[in-house]
Design a protein around this ligand. Structure first.
Ligand code: ASP
Ligand code: MG
Length: 404
C-alpha cells in the first residue's frame, strides 16, 4: 500500500472555504493512487479561545481537564473535513485520538506519542476510505485524553507516518516552506529546498516558527522525510531529511532569532559551589525556561557576576522569585528588557573553520554590540539589542551568501 500522511495546520482549515479547498488537495493524492491519511489541527484561533476560557474559569484549571478542553478544536475540524469529502462523493470518516488509539506517555499538555494502533485504520484504507485523524491528542495509560504541546499536530502527523509506514509525510501550512530567515523581517530571505533534521531542529528551537521542535526530533529519530508546503499556493516546498541526502556546499543554512527576550545580571554573587543551582532551582520549579547563561570568572575569588536570559513574558515572575529567594545574596541586579537572540545555523560549520570570526566581524562592521555568546556544534547564537535586529539579520544574510 502506497500511504501518504497529509497534515493541515490551523490556517489551512481556518474557514469552511479553506476546508473545501484542502479537500481538493486531499483528492489530488487519491487520484494519484495514494492511500491518504489526513491529520488535522484545529481551525485557527480555536485552541487559543478554549485556553482562554479555561483561564476564566480558574487560575488553577486542572491539567487533566485542560487537555480534554483544548483538544476539542481538532474534533471539529476533522468532522468538517470528513463531511466535506463525503459531500464530494468520497468515503471518509473522522477518528479521535482515543478511538484509534494513539497512545502517549508523559505529563498532561506535553505528552509524547509512543504507539499508534494501526489495524482499524488499515482496514478502512483497504476499503477505500479516507481516515481523518485528530492531531494534537492522544490517550494515556490512565485512559484519559492527553495533548502534545502547542503545535503538536505536527508530531501526530510524523508519528502516523512512522506507524503506518507512509511513503511520504506532507505538512501543509500557510507558508510555502522553510526560509533562510523570516521573510517578514528580511525581504531577501530565500526558500530552503532541503534542510537536515538537525538544522531544522535548531531553527525551530531558536525562533523559526514553521514546525513544532519536538516533532522534528520525532522525525529525526524515525528517519521520516517531511515535505513542508503551502496549502494556499501550488509551489515546491522544503524537504526536511537526513544529512546524507543533502548535497550542498552552504556553510550556514539559516538565521533564526527571538524577538522578546530579557537579560538579567546578578552583580556580586558569592562565588562558591551551589550558588548557580540555588538561583535556578526556583525558576525551574516554576517552569521558567532559562536560556543563555554566562558566569564571569571572579577577579577576587569571592564574588562573581551571573548573566542569564529568559522570555520577556517570564520577567515579572522571575524578578519576584529572585527577590523571594533567601538562599542567594548579591549586590545588585541589572535588567535589560530589550534584547534578541540571533543565531546562525548550519551543519557546514563543523568542518569549516572561521565561521565564528566571520559572524562577529560582520556584526562589528555594522557597529552592533554583542552582549552574550553561546555556541553548539551547528549553531552560534549572540544576544544583541533588539533595535539592531534587522540590521544584523541583513548583515549575516549577506556575509554567508544566503541569497544565492
Ligand atoms: N491546535 C493545536 C495548537 O494550536 C495543535 C496544532 O495546531 O498543531 O497548538
Ligand atoms: Mg499549528
Amino acid at each position: 500500500m502506497k500511504i501518504v500522511v497529509l497534515k493541515f495546520g490551523g490556517t489551512s482549515v481556518g474557514s469552511i472555504e479553506r476546508i473545501k479547498k484542502i479537500s481538493k488537495i486531499i483528492l489530488s493524492y487519491v487520484k494519484k493512487k495514494y492511500k491518504v491519511i489526513v491529520v488535522s489541527s484545529a481551525m485557527s484561533g480555536v485552541t487559543n479561545d478554549l485556553l482562554n476560557k479555561s483561564k476564566k474559569i480558574s487560575k488553577v484549571f486542572s491539567s487533566i481537564e485542560h487537555d480534554v478542553l483544548v483538544s476539542a478544536g481538532e474534533q471539529i475540524s476533522c468532522a468538517l473535513i470528513a463531511g466535506s469529502l463525503n459531500d464530494l462523493g468520497y468515503k471518509s470518516r473522522s477518528w479521535l485520538g482515543w478511538q484509534i488509539p494513539i497512545l502517549t506517555i508523559g505529563e498532561y499538555s506535553q505528552s509524547r506519542i509512543f504507539k499508534i494502533k494501526t489495524s482499524e485504520i488499515i482496514k478502512y484504507l483497504k476499503l477505500g476510505g479516507i481516515p481523518v485523524i485528530t492531531g494534537f491528542q492522544g490517550l494515556n495509560s490512565e485512559n484519559r485524553v492527553t495533548t502534545l504541546g502547542r503545535g503538536g499536530s505536527d508530531a501526530s502527523a510524523i508519528m502516523c507516518a512512522k506507524f503506518f509506514k507512509a511513503e511520504k509525510c506532507v505538512i501543509y501550512t500557510d507558508v510555502d516552506g522553510v526560509y533562510t530567515t523570516d521573510p517578514k523581517t528580511y525581504k531577501k530571505a530565500k526558500k530552503i529546498k532541503v534542510i537536515s533534521y538537525e538544522e531544522m531542529l535548531e531553527m525551530a528551537s531558536l525562533g523559526s516558527k514553521v514546525m513544532q521542535p519536538a516533532s522534528i526530533q520525532d522525525a529525526r529519530l524515525n528517519r521520516i522525510n517531511i515535505d513542508v508546503k503551502s496549502s494556499f499556493l501550488k509551489k515546491e516546498g522544503t524537504l526536511i531529511t537526513k544529512r546524507k541526502n543533502i548535497r550542498s556546499n552552504k556553510v550556514i543554512r539559516g538565521i533564526s532569532f527571538t524577538k522578546s527576550d530579557a537579560k538579567l545580571t546578578l552583580i556580586g554573587v558569592k562565588d562558591k559551589p551551589g550558588v548557580a543551582a540555588s538561583i535556578f532551582e526556583p525558576l525551574s520549579k516554576n517552569l521558567i525556561n532559562v536560556d543563555m547563561v554566562v558566569q564571569n570568572i571572579s577577579a577576587n575569588g569571592k564574588e562573581t557576576d551571573l548573566t542569564f536570559t529568559i522570555k520577556y513574558d517570564d520577567l515579572n515572575k522571575t524578578q519576584s522569585l529572585i527577590k523571594k529567594n533567601k538562599k542567594i545574596k548579591f549586590r545588585n541586579i541589572i535588567i535589560d528588557k530589550n534584547v534578541s537572540k540571533l543565531s546562525i545555523i548550519g551543519v557546514g560549520m563543523i568542518t569549516t573553520p572561521g565561521v565564528t570570526y566571520r559572524m562577529f566581524q560582520a556584526l562589528a562592521d555594522k557597529k552592533i554590540n554583542i552582549l552574550v555568546i553561546s555556541t553548539s556544534e551547528i549553531k552560534i547564537s549572540v544576544l544583541i539589542n533588539k533595535n539592531n535586529l534587522k540590521k544584523a539579520v541583513a548583515a549575516l544574510h549577506k556575509e554567508f551568501k544566503l541569497e544565492k
